[in-house]
Design a protein around this ligand. Structure first.
Ligand code: NIG
Ligand code: FE
Length: 417
């Protein structure tokens, strides 16, 4: 197995204690000003101060040495919430929103998510793959090495399975770890207009069994719990069925209105509750007690021109936070974690280290991948990013451009500026 030595790096990595970092630990990051990483077969064999790592290995046993030239090294980003599998952009809708149209109103009129559904149903599997691949490659250029991608633009059994196959193929053909989430409950499709409970029946009795029967990499089930989309009762039915079928639970909760999504996430001990722009203090505390991870998506608040999620209050209440792009054609069209990092620090007031933990380790926990990724620790994947800066603060400071110089996945360079 190939051994590689990466030397002369300023390493910043979250400290993995076996659970997501929360409260005063949310920003727990180790800094090795003169660090080195030794890898073997794509995994981290040793990491530490360069002199210590060099003392423990004979240079003869190293196949390749990389001088990181004093650049900052952080773990590869884990983008824990995306809808980047879609077949067409929605620029016209964006323009209407700029002119004042309301996002949920557009959906009620058959646009928004439903227009993406029409495009996905009409697209061939190869067309859908090619657009998704473009988005995933773009994410890699911004430092993402692990990504969650949701279905949810098919909304009939065959089209949802088509999406899940495409998402799986991304993981097979690109140098990325991909986690797929079934989001059949993203909207009520047109053919079920006025009969949402019949669509919930279809999800529970046909779609979820079909998804798990594939024995694919689909790990989670998500629901858009929102006014005019799925109620708390409908969401609960779907998520309980998903849990019985062996899937982990995620909820789009309190994105536009607090209809009880965060409370449901706490009640079901979901893995994560995502968005949370409107979450109340009581529900934030309930989620923290229930072991839920909050995934915040500040590029969505930015694009919808809404108030950001109350991140500081969440840290104070001990809710572990992740941040993610939400990359989708409607509310947040970006593959850039650096952009989201900047919004988190400047507009949600996370500290730089809190945002680093949120975009790596806590995000890895939120997709059940922390055993392998999310921090630079012995035994984990050698997934890391070299930044053109002295520290991760560059991600917020150098705005609107990418400070990403190189991206490594399992010790292989997968992007170089
Ligand atoms: O996370 N809110 C639901 N889903 C996405 C938007 C999807 C879309 O508009 O296509 C979100 O904001
Ligand atoms: Fe989303």
């Amino acid at each position: 197995m190939t051994r590689k030595l990466f030397r002369n790096g300023r390493i910043f990595t979250p400290i993995d204690r076996g659970t997501p970092l929360a409260g005063k630990h949310q920003g727990e990051v180790a800094h090795l000003p003169n660090g080195a990483i030794l890898t073997k077969g794509g995994l981290i064999e040793a990491i530490g101060d360069e002199t210590e790592v060099l003392a423990a290995v004979s240079r003869r046993d190293v196949d390749e040495e990389v001088n990181c030239r004093g650049h900052c090294i952080i773990p590869g980003f884990v983008d824990s919430h995306t809808h980047m599998c879609f077949a067409a952009r929605r620029e016209d809708e964006f323009i209407s929103r700029l002119e004042g149209a309301d996002y949920l109103e557009v959906l009620r009129r058959g646009g928004g998510i439903l227009s993406s559904v029409r495009a996905v149903r009409a697209a061939s599997e190869d067309e859908l793959f090619s657009m998704t691949r473009q988005h995933a490659l773009s994410a890699v250029r911004f430092g993402t090495t692990t990504i969650e991608i949701k279905s949810g633009y098919g909304l009939d059994t065959e089209s949802e399975l088509k999406m899940l196959r495409v998402i799986e193929r991304i993981g097979q053909e690109l140098p990325l770890d991909v986690v797929s989430t079934f989001l059949g409950a993203h909207a009520v499709p047109e053919e079920y207009a006025g009969a949402p409970n019949d669509y919930v029946d279809l999800i529970v009795h046909e779609m979820i069994p079909a998804v798990v029967a594939r024995q694919s990499s689909t790990r989670f089930c998500d629901v858009f719990c929102e006014e005019g989309v799925f109620t708390v009762d409908q969401s609960r039915r779907i998520l309980e069925a998903a849990r019985k079928a062996g899937l982990g639970l995620k909820i789009h909760a309190d994105e536009v209105n607090d209809v009880g999504g965060a409370a449901l996430a706490a009640d079901l001990h979901a893995t994560s509750a995502e968005h949370l722009l409107r979450a109340s203090d009581a529900n934030i505390r309930a989620m923290a007690h229930a072991g839920v991870i909050g995934i915040l998506l500040p590029a969505t608040a930015y694009s919808l021109r809404k108030e950001y999620a109350p991140a500081r209050r969440m840290v104070d209440h001990g809710l572990p936070l992740a941040i993610a792009t939400d990359c989708n054609p409607g509310t947040s069209y970006t593959e850039s974690i650096p952009f989201v990092f900047g919004l988190s620090v400047l507009n949600m007031r996370l500290s730089v280290y809190e945002a680093l933990v949120a975009s790596t380790l806590n995000a890895a926990y939120a997709v059940h991948m922390a055993e392998h990724v999310g921090s630079l620790d012995v035994g984990k994947n050698a997934d890391f990013v070299l930044l053109d800066g002295d520290g991760p603060v560059i991600l917020a400071y150098h705005a609107g451009v990418s400070p990403v110089l190189q991206v490594y996945k399992r010790a292989e360079a997968i992007y170089s500026e």
